[in-house]
Design a protein around this ligand. Sequence first.
Ligand code: HEC
Ligand code: HEC
Length: 401
Amino acid sequence: MSRSGRLAALAAALLLAVPATDIIFANPSSLVDSPGNLLTFHARFSGPEIARILQHGPWPVAAQRDPSNRVSGLPEAIAFGKVLFFEKRLSGNGGSSCATCHLPELDFTDGKARGEGFVLLDRNTPGLLDVRLNRWFGWDGAADSLWAQSLRPIVDRREMAASTTHVGALVRSDPELVAGYRKAFGVPPSGDDEVTLNVGKALAAFQETLESGRTPFDDFRDAVERGDSQAAMRYPAAAQRGLKIFVGKGNCSTCHFGPNFTNGEFGDIGIPYFVAPGQVDPGRYGGIQKLLESRANLLGKYSDDPARSSAAGTRHVRLEHRNWGEFRVPSLRNVAKTAPYMHNGHLATLRDVVRHYSNLNEDRLHADGEKILRPLKLSAAEEDDLVAFLESLTPSHPGSY
Ligand code: HEC
Ligand code: HEC
């Protein structure tokens, strides 16, 4: 057996042997040779906690083609989509592009509490890194594919306020856009509806390539898997203690699950959802209504997946009262760089988020089934640790875009 194989076997044996007791790494004494890192002893993980840590990786997740988008993964479509993403003429008045709200230098957010188009929007602009891993799109999951989500802002009167006639005419009239379109789709641009739909699919192909890099947490997680305590101890003590809260008493990883730190579904954590006096954002409830009404959902004729197997999730969606005020569980990768937080930008900093969970007002939880949430009543030091952990989900190097 190779050295790494032996260590992995040792780690596995440890997990099996003492599932519920406090264990740390295979050989704690090997941590002593670097006195500065002795603090790593403070984070002692139980077997179940180690198992939870491991399920947050490995990272990155292998790229997969989207079967509903025939140009998914195609270099020519990615290149064309990139041009379109920055193309202001796509908007009705020529004044804004996708990048006006999703700024690459701000990790594809706008840094504002709520998006600003022709009017102030009700919701926060999400970053687009790792967006390919979403099952639903938008805070309410009103779209079930990245291409359908990408069409929405173009024709939304509050965002880019264009029309399919406008998009069709633009793409047909500009020689460079005609050339890009031809390369991506193998045919020249024709009717307005088809051109607009394909613009959405090229935009999706581009956005699928936006991926966040590996983080200090990923290095730690892989070191735990290998049983490599030397590498594991490079992960700061505060982040380790915060991680222990995250996978332990905080129960955070129940919803912020898996390599992308989200179970992909919707939840209610008691963020106020009033948009104006007497007016509420219905969240997932409204999202399901829009999704089922949309001609561009995965059950419809615009999907390129003949078997419609990618529509399995959509087929099973049912409107239920508990969906009121639910919003999508966001990924936490890169989270230190995407403030402000929540569907309406209600919380300005990660410390505010941690305090929200710490002092949770249970009366605010309007949906049922969220019994996992309890006020955590963290000490100031524990709050610091949880923030340090969340910060360690930020890539050590900027992503590749
Ligand atoms: C006026 C600002 C604005 C513009 C312009 C804009 N967006 Fe957005 N974008 C938002 C907001 C706000 C949301 C959240 C919408 C919601 O939840 O209903 C969003 C959501 C998204 C999402 C869903 C992300 C997720 O995690 O689910 C994608 C993808 C997206 N936009 C892509 C685009 C593309 C492509 C364009 C250009 C065609 C674009 N956006 C133009 C503000 C904007
Ligand atoms: C019941 C499921 C659930 C649990 C448990 C949970 N979260 Fe969340 N989290 C959510 C949802 C849903 C949102 C978005 C809520 C909204 O916008 O209204 C969210 C939002 C966040 C955000 C903001 C991200 C962003 O981009 O805006 C952070 C950070 C966060 N959670 C961290 C945590 C931490 C830390 C814990 C543990 C103390 C935790 N969460 C536990 C469901 C959950």
